[in-house]
Design a protein around this ligand. Structure first.
Ligand SMILES: *[C@@H]1O[C@H](CO)[C@@H](O)[C@H](O)[C@H]1NC(C)=O
Ligand SMILES: *[C@@H]1O[C@H](CO)[C@@H](O)[C@H](O)[C@H]1NC(C)=O
Ligand SMILES: *[C@@H]1O[C@H](CO)[C@@H](O)[C@H](O)[C@H]1NC(C)=O
Ligand SMILES: *[C@@H]1O[C@H](CO)[C@@H](O)[C@H](O)[C@H]1NC(C)=O
Length: 550
């Protein structure tokens, strides 16, 4: 019983005294950050330099694919040391804004040698795509569809949105996205048409060939396996199109992904205007606000196999829903929680935000669909942050026409979350990933991803420590999970989450930034340990996330 139930108690007594936590984590960080032994300084520094050079070479060759000059190398080095230096000082984090964001910007222009789009009459055929999943999964599918069309020199037909998937939303592409803008803004990259011309349809002897490619297929796979069929049949349909293209592509193709995702895919004017109205209403009340994206639907919770502290009733209800999937393994809820696999409860999200330093008068916008337990589940969060708003509270009639369409409602949450000063999620689903990537591209706007693995232990022990101690520990757990520019680790995470090929660095003066940076007492563990912390949040071991149809 009780361990997790604790986190569900109504408004927390923030000043409960207790055993005063000699928490291992905090000690660990302290020992890390105080640099364990000054005498080792120069040895450490050189080890670090060598390690770093290898590391940066790996990053650079992986993600730019070109040979770097000494200058670039030095720039990378200065950036890295600046950031690690900052971490090593335990400088308080500005929760509203990443200090280093100003050194980076999104960049996705075509290279000079990028050939123009292949025209319709010269193309290898028409590519039909059915993008599956919810709004954000479809977004990744559409993005990859454009790139696949480019790889195949195909003419892309405006993708279809799968109506049979989980969300059961029968919106078409042009109900959600601005289709003319989509076509025109990509005209130099890929030729896109609204439909296969009648003349082509009439000349076809058989219906379009339909196939499903394996997940994360490489460009070579498309050229070897798909192109011959396209050339022969001239019209080819790819179904269930989500995550069907590899993460790693050459830089030009990654930049194309960014042009599609961050520029070509705009919501319709109608959706955009409702979304911006909500944003304006938030801004009218507060200069800055947090968007909290909560996924807490009953089926999602059931799927996780976790316990959320609702006792026997909850266990029975979730177990019933769980029967819907007959292949799910038996999971130990406590074990899942320790592994950081459980979405934070709304109450836990609130505690975490307060611990990080957001005051109780902060305005929060809660983006969510159905919440298991409804108002009762949300109450603790609302008590921590009384200035609590949702799209329903901030609209009158504007939302009504959208209500029957889950994708269009999700689009409103997407817009407000995108515009928020700080974005935080309790989960690691598609929307969380897509927005995390987008916000990096848009100037590293503060995006907080709970370090669930470490936080889960803290939440379980919360009663044993004072609020002050708890808050300090939360802050240290969250280093490296705050959406800062240095969080990317090569080889981890999906491109949509870490669009590294589309992030450029502004020239900046090393001299100026490093005036008091000669004390390079950088504990190497900071380097290799922060990276290890990401595993569970990134795509590396989240097959289950991919199976849950969001
Ligand atoms: C696509 O077209 C370009 C020229 O624009 C050509 O170099 C390339 O080989 C073509 N690729 C395929 C798969 O047709
Ligand atoms: C917010 O916190 C302050 C103390 O920091 C307290 O005086 C005030 O009553 C709180 N406001 C609400 C709405 O809880
Ligand atoms: C960090 O790196 C050092 C030296 O390279 C190594 O001894 C240590 O085991 C590493 N720690 C982790 C957690 O990988
Ligand atoms: C950091 O590294 C130490 C040993 O180098 C290891 O014991 C510890 O578990 C690591 N922490 C994380 C979060 O990986």
């Amino acid at each position: 019983m009780g361990v997790v139930a604790e986190a569900w108690r109504p408004p927390p007594q923030l000043n409960k005294s207790g055993g005063g936590g000699g928490g291992g984590l905090w000690k660990w960080w302290r020992s890390l950050l105080s640099g364990g032994g000054q005498h080792k300084r120069s040895v450490m520094w050189w080890k670090w330099v060598c390690g770093f050079m290898l590391f940066s070479l790996a990053v650079i060759s992986l993600f730019t694919g070109h040979v770097v000059s000494h200058l670039e190398w030095a720039q990378q080095l200065s950036k890295r040391s600046l950031l690690v230096w900052d971490m090593s000082r335990k400088e308080p984090i500005d929760v509203w804004k990443s200090k280093y964001s100003k050194f980076f910007y999104g960049c996705s222009d075509r290279g000079n040698n990028f050939p123009p789009a292949v025209q319709e009459h010269k193309s290898n055929g028409y590519l039909l795509i059915a993008a599956s999943g919810g709004l954000n999964q479809q977004r990744t599918g559409i993005t990859d569809a454009v790139v696949v069309a480019r790889i195949l020199n195909a003419t892309l037909v405006v993708p279809e949105l799968d109506h049979h998937s989980y969300w059961k939303d029968d919106s078409d592409f042009n109900d959600v996205f601005d289709v003319n803008w989509f076509i025109s803004s990509l005209a130099k990259d890929v030729t896109i048409v609204k439909r296969v011309p009648d003349r082509v349809m009439r000349s076809m002897e058989k219906p379009p060939y339909t196939m499903r490619v394996p997940r994360k297929s490489t460009p070579e796979y498309y050229l070897d396996q798909v192109l011959p069929i396209l050339s022969r049949r001239h019209v080819l349909q790819l179904t269930k199109f989500d995550y069907r293209l590899a993460n790693d592509l050459d830089e030009e193709m990654q930049k194309l992904r960014c042009r599609v995702n961050y520029n070509a895919l705009r919501f319709t004017k109608r959706i955009q205007s409702v979304g911006m109205k909500v944003v304006k209403r938030m801004r009218k009340m507060a200069k800055r606000f947090i968007a909290v994206h909560l996924r807490f639907e009953p089926d999602m919770l059931a799927f996780s196999g976790c316990d959320f502290g609702g006792g026997e009733k909850e266990r029975a209800e979730l177990a019933e829903i769980r029967k819907r999937w007959d292949t799910l393994p038996d999971l130990d809820p406590l074990e899942e929680r320790k592994r950081g696999k459980c979405p934070l409860t709304p109450h836990e999200v609130g505690l975490m935000l307060r611990a990080l330093g957001f005051a109780n008068d902060t305005y929060i916008y809660v983006a969510s669909g159905e919440i298991y337990g409804g108002e009762k589940t949300l109450r603790p969060l609302r008590e921590l942050f009384p200035n609590f708003y949702t799209k329903e509270m901030l609209t009158n009639d504007e939302l009504k026409p959208l209500l029957p369409y889950s994708s269009r409602l999700a689009a409103i949450d997407y817009i407000v979350s995108d515009e928020s000063d700080v974005f935080i999620t309790n989960n690691n689903g598609n929307m969380a990933k897509i927005l995390a990537g987008r916000r990096r591209y848009m100037g590293h706007k503060r995006t907080i991803r709970p370090n669930a693995k470490k936080l889960s232990a803290l939440f379980m022990d919360r009663e044993k420590m004072e609020w002050h101690t708890f808050a300090k520990k939360v802050k240290s757990c969250q280093r490296g999970f705050m959406g800062d520019p240095d969080e990317f680790k090569p080889g981890r995470g999906e491109f949509h989450e870490y669009p590294q090929a589309c992030i450029c660095q502004r020239p900046f003066s090393y001299d100026k930034a490093s005036t008091d940076d000669d004390d390079e007492d950088i504990p190497e563990e900071v380097h290799n340990n922060t990276s290890s912390g990401h595993g569970h949040l990134s795509s590396v071991d989240n097959e289950r996330d991919e199976v849950f149809p969001d």
